[in-house]
Design a protein around this ligand. Structure first.
Ligand code: XMP
Length: 189
């Protein structure tokens, strides 16, 4: 996999995260808010979103892995809820990086719903509806994108490219950036 063209620029991300935070803020019920962030790729997005949300909230984490060593979902999601925090009776915002086949968000939402939050809303930075295998939509979506593997702004390919400020395509045969190394497989959350 090599780095390809820029799909969403840093300034487009900044602008959209701001409007998304206003949309999410308007939709969330008042009261005790807890945010659960799916590790690791949603971290950059979650920090920017929560800062823009400007509302008191506590923070927890969900670990999820569904991809072994390639770019296709195995369909099986391993979830870790050790660091999710206290959910019962609270308004919960579940934040993930990308809704692709839907396996991860469906599994995480189901597991968190079982912890009996007062309400649950989902927010993803990116949505690839053409790849959906599970019938699920996020309540809030930053950008809808085509079926292309993307990296940057927290998203990685085998831990490479996370710190890129833009979201870029990553595909076999694309021209490599000078500092980009070829990686055999791609990421795990
Ligand atoms: P599913 O298929 O379960 O996938 O909806 C969700 C998780 O898979 C990862 N994912 C990606 N990661 N570029 C990435 O860096 C991508 O294009 C991509 N598509 C899916 C991601 O961790 C997401 O939470």
């Amino acid at each position: 996999m090599a780095l390809g063209e820029t799909l969403i620029t840093e300034s487009e991300i900044r602008g959209r995260v701001g409007t998304l935070a206003r949309e999410v803020g308007a939709a969330l019920p008042p009261g005790d808010l807890h945010c659960a962030v799916v590790l690791k790729s949603a971290l950059f997005f979650a920090v920017d979103l929560l800062r823009a949300l400007g509302r008191e909230a506590s923070l927890g984490f969900v670990s999820a892995s569904s991809y072994g060593g390639g770019t296709e979902s195995a369909g099986e999601v391993r979830l870790g809820l050790e660091a999710v925090g206290r959910v019962a009776g609270r308004h919960l915002l579940l934040i993930d990086d990308i809704l692709d086949t839907g396996h991860t968000l469906a599994a995480a939402r189901g597991a968190l719903q079982a912890l009996r939050p007062a309400s649950l809303r989902t927010c993803v930075l990116l949505d690839k509806p053409s790849r959906r295998r599970v019938s699920i939509e996020a309540d809030h979506v930053g950008f809808t994108i085509a079926d292309v593997f993307v990296v940057g702004y927290g998203l990685d390919c085998a831990e490479a490219y996370r710190t890129l400020p833009d979201i870029r395509a990553c595909r076999p045969g694309a021209p490599s950036a000078p500092d980009a190394k070829e990686r055999p497989g791609c990421w795990n959350g």
